[in-house]
Design a protein around this ligand. Sequence first.
Ligand SMILES: Cc1ncc(COP(=O)(O)O)c(C=O)c1O
Length: 377
Amino acid sequence: MTADEFIPVNQPVLGGKEKEYLARCIDTGWISSEGPAVQEFEEKLADRVGRRYGIAVSNGSTALDLAVRALKLPEGSEVIMPSFTIISCAAAIVRAGLKPVLVDAEPRTWNMDVLQLESRLTAKTRAIMVVHIYGMPTDMDPVIAFADAHDLRIIEDAAEMHGQTYRGRACGSFGEVSAFSFYPNKHITTGEGGMVVTDGEEFAEICRSLRNLAHSPGRRFVHEELGFNYRLTNLQAALGLAQLERLDETVAKKRDMGRLYNKYFESMPEIQIAPEQMEYADNIYWVYGMVLDDSVPMDAEQMMKRLAQLNVGTRPFFWGMHEQPVFRKMGWYENERLPVTERIARRGFYVPSGLGITEAQQLRVVEAVKRALARPQ
Ligand SMILES: Cc1ncc(COP(=O)(O)O)c(C=O)c1O
């Protein structure tokens, strides 16, 4: 790469046994979801996060779909969730006939502000969907205490959290059902892919059935209900196995990447970065995000344009669920004001932070951020 070549926001690394495991699929002819790598991947990932069952699916969004459906909550029930997240979370709730009730973000970590849970409780609340954002887990103790006090179920979106722990316990072990994604920017990637993990045998059965068209146990091609084809292929699972073997190394590398950026960015008053450490976890820097200070006379969109001109790839932060046109059209959240989410959605973005990034590239990103901030308006 030349000195000023474009730095993409993510570069995956497939540097372990990926080729060997893929070759095995090709040599044996096992390429579909029926192949042995799928079950092996399910068992090994579930084991890694201390769960009894893993159900591999086509992506993180479909994992959330199944996770929500597995709980069989009564139609019209409310599920409390963060507004600052990806649409997949709210979509899974809505598609299951439930209503997402939104909580604002907490300004330091950008996770759901757990102090606001109480204010969202109604007679219809049945569950909380916890979503860990960008590398730092949600503060789970208050969530668990609140759920226990009000008899609420917990669904956990650990899509971004491979290898992360909360007070020493694996993320992905906190929900009755939890979901992972294996998109290429994740710490484990299968190209596209996802997994539901759970300890509940019945939940696992529901997810397995719905993932594969809900064939009746007694007779294939007879259906008591409508399922989906959300299956993961053996080829994808083979990649996942190779990636899982290197998870600790990956997390260590991402932490090094985060620390190097921190060295430069933490002293810059123009930007806010995520904490490296909370009392309950060390950041794993799924992505390296930053929020422009109010003193900066431009928003994230302008900043990202400037960085693109300097050959640095970026992505904007999530856009709050309460501001989504699709939900406004449904007449939802019209008067909802969630100021932290609204602010970070407009002033937040993330810089190149994939596993393949080099130190030299990181230093170029730092310089580019400084230049973009210093340029006259
Ligand atoms: C928090 C969160 N949940 C769910 C998803 C959806 O995963 P996928 O892209 O695999 O559908 C993502 C994707 O990045 C995510 O960040």
